[in-house]
Ligand binder design. Structure first.
Ligand SMILES: Nc1nc2c(ncn2[C@@H]2O[C@H](COP(=O)(O)O)[C@@H](O)[C@H]2O)c(=O)[nH]1
Ligand code: ZN
Ligand code: ZN
Length: 587
């Protein structure tokens, strides 16, 4: 049976600041609705979160305050609970819909594949009704083919307890890697739409609420902030963002803030606002409302503390039933089947690259040379390339399970290749793709101009995991500083409101940049020296950039010059096979 979630380590906690209106925010959950079974700090599951939101709403409403629950997309691809079923998501849509969500929108991962976006249209939009917003996203109707909004463009409503009049929108960033059955309107065009202008001109609004799968520090949110401010010079605006997988808080002005709440069910974002006008009370415009944010570690110790409840009084029957549903789904999917045991931790960003603790060095030096071999080309040297953004999580010392394979490499990406490329040019590809070491995790296809511009003129939108290495100091704490050995490693976030945002005090975790792409050169056993020509093998997701990079090298290969490498295999299955062959005896 599955391992019990590890009980969280007791730690000093910062209390929440409640307000007239309070919010709980999740983003980029990526299928992690069972919680983190190997990390006590993040060991609560979606059922526990349902209990938490229920108890928090009870607490707010007992004080005559409101509480809204928000999710900003990327709910799929990244954990066996979603990726291991056939069809993918067989269990997760019913699990997710059990949570009462007041506002929800779409992420880019819901749009890479036709069946993912059609699942949103056919399942999640009906499940969440008017809570689902799609301000700049259309879909081709699965039956008629007609282009229609995926969900309503906006929603105006008044909160139950305080009577706060809210105008809400739901955006996706200017993503261009979507399948052609969906259409994303650039935000700069949406703000010119008549419907949008009419919505922001509405004077009977106490708070603009903009949710989006959009980084809080982005041209898209800045565009929306400026468009609203142009017509509503002092109405408060609250943004909820996502996509970059970090905890962050951006101040746009004294009456406008943006919260981003991490990734993978590690964080429940908490935001409160106090001092707003309402349908029955007008506040002097000179008085700015008080905004407060907290990043809650997703575990029962935090949940009990913030609700002032305990293991007996906290759980709700509904939440417990959903936790049972999650355990049953994991059991059915046999996610805890062990392939082998890792002899050490292997880190994505917590170890320098290259190093013996880097998951990317491990892939490059131990795994790719073993797995990237096509029976039809096995006597040919090859360069094997994988984008670091395709590897999604660390490997912990101990059991590597069926769940681990999907957690580390969830995508169905296989390998493709261009054969017999002149080595003197092929050997320059990596430098181009890594652009002199700058980090690019969000690979977007519209890079034609970027690729062909001189390298020094290129800029990138990147999401770099920056868990700030900030040690809490006495002046930052509401409690006397514990000596570091009493604290566990975790998030120590510094944002526009300072360094007191994390609810749990931790010692800092280092974070290092990694390149866009890693590469292994694999030669046949008896070959010595570099070959004249070489097969360029790459994970299929990065094909658009590889072909552009060839152009940069004056090699005019096209898609017609590419072919599948290792038919029927993908990185997930190859990884599982490698672990079974190499780590079986470590258990
Ligand atoms: N190798 C693959 N990498 C992929 C694929 N789909 C997405 N990705 C990577 O994910 C990020 C975006 O993730 P997000 O959670 O930040 O939105 C993208 O930039 C790629 O690096 C895939 O099919 N194969
Ligand atoms: Zn994401
Ligand atoms: Zn995303």
């Amino acid at each position: 049976s599955q391992p019990l979630a590890p009980s969280p380590v007791e730690a000093p906690l910062r209390d929440l600041t409640w307000g007239q209106i309070n919010f709980l925010h999740t983003t980029d959950t990526h299928g992690w609705h069972a919680g983190h079974l190997q990390e006590p700090s993040y060991s609560a599951d979606w059922g526990d979160y349902i209990s938490f939101s229920t108890r928090m709403r009870e607490k707010a409403e007992a004080n005559g305050q409101d509480l809204l629950v928000i999710d900003t997309g990327d709910r799929i691809e990244g954990n066996g609970l979603y990726d291991a079923s056939d069809p993918k998501g067989e269990y997760t849509f019913d699990i997710i819909k059990q949570q009462h969500i007041d506002l929800i929108c779409t992420g880019n991962h819901e749009l890479y594949k036709r069946n993912s976006s059609e699942n949103e249209f056919n399942i999640n939009v009906p499940n969440f009704g008017s809570s689902y917003l799609a301000s700049n996203l259309d879909i081709m109707h699965p039956e008629t083919g007609e282009q229609i909004p995926l969900a309503p463009r906006f929603k105006k409503f008044t909160t139950r307890k305080q009577g706060i009049r809210i105008m809400a929108f739901g955006f996706i960033y200017d993503f261009t890697g979507n399948e052609n059955n969906t259409v994303i309107q650039p935000v700069e065009d949406t703000v010119k739409e008549t419907w949008f202008q009419e919505a922001i001109w509405d004077r009977e609004v106490d708070l603009f609420l903009v949710i989006g799968h959009v980084p809080v520090r982005s041209p898209e949110f800045l565009e929306l902030y400026q468009a609203i401010r142009k017509v509503q010079w002092d109405t408060p605006i609250q943004f909820f963002g996502g996509h970059t997988h970090i905890r962050d808080y951006k101040k746009y002005d004294a009456k406008s803030f943006a919260l981003e709440s991490g990734r993978f069910m590690e964080t429940i974002g908490f935001q409160s606002i106090d001092g707003l006008s309402t349908s029955t009370k007008t506040v002097q415009t000179s008085a700015a409302p008080k905004f407060s944010r907290t990043y809650i570690d997703n575990n029962m110790f935090s949940f009990h503390h913030h609700t002032q409840l305990n293991a007996t009084t906290f759980p709700t029957e509904h939440g417990q039933n959903v936790s049972k549903e999650i355990r049953a789904a994991r059991e059915h999917l046999q996610l805890d089947t062990t392939y082998g045991c890792a002899e050490q931790n292997l880190w994505m960003f917590r170890a320098e690259y290259p190093s013996n603790s880097s998951i990317f060095t491990w892939l490059e030096q131990r795994v790719l040379p073993d797995i990237v071999v096509d029976k039809n080309r096995m006597n040919k040297s090859r360069l094997a390339m994988v984008n670091t953004g395709g590897i999604r999580f660390d490997i912990f010392k101990g059991p590597f399970t069926r769940d681990s394979a999907y957690i580390v490499s969830p995508f169905t990406s296989g390998f493709r290749y261009v054969k017999d490329v002149p080595y003197d040019k092929a050997s320059k590809l990596l430098t181009i793709l890594n652009n002199n070491g700058q980090v690019l995790q969000n690979m977007e296809p519209s890079l034609q101009s970027w690729m062909l511009a001189p390298i020094e003129q290129r800029s990138f939108s990147t999401h770099v995991f920056t868990q700030n290495v900030t040690v809490p100091h006495n002046e930052d704490l509401q409690r006397p500083l514990l000596s570091e050995p009493d604290l566990t490693p975790g998030y120590t976030t510094k944002d526009d409101a300072g360094s007191d945002g994390d609810d749990t005090l931790h010692t800092p975790i280092a974070s290092y940049r990694v390149p866009n792409v890693i590469q292994s050169q694999i030669d046949p056993p008896l070959q010595s020296g570099d070959p004249e020509t070489i097969d360029v093998v790459y994970i299929d997701f990065i094909q658009p950039w590889v072909l552009l990079a060839f152009q940069f090298l004056d090699l005019d290969y096209s898609i017609d010059d590419t072919a599948i490498y290792m038919e029927g295999e993908n990185l997930t299955t190859l990884l599982a096979k490698w672990v079974t062959a190499n780590w079986k005896d470590n258990c």
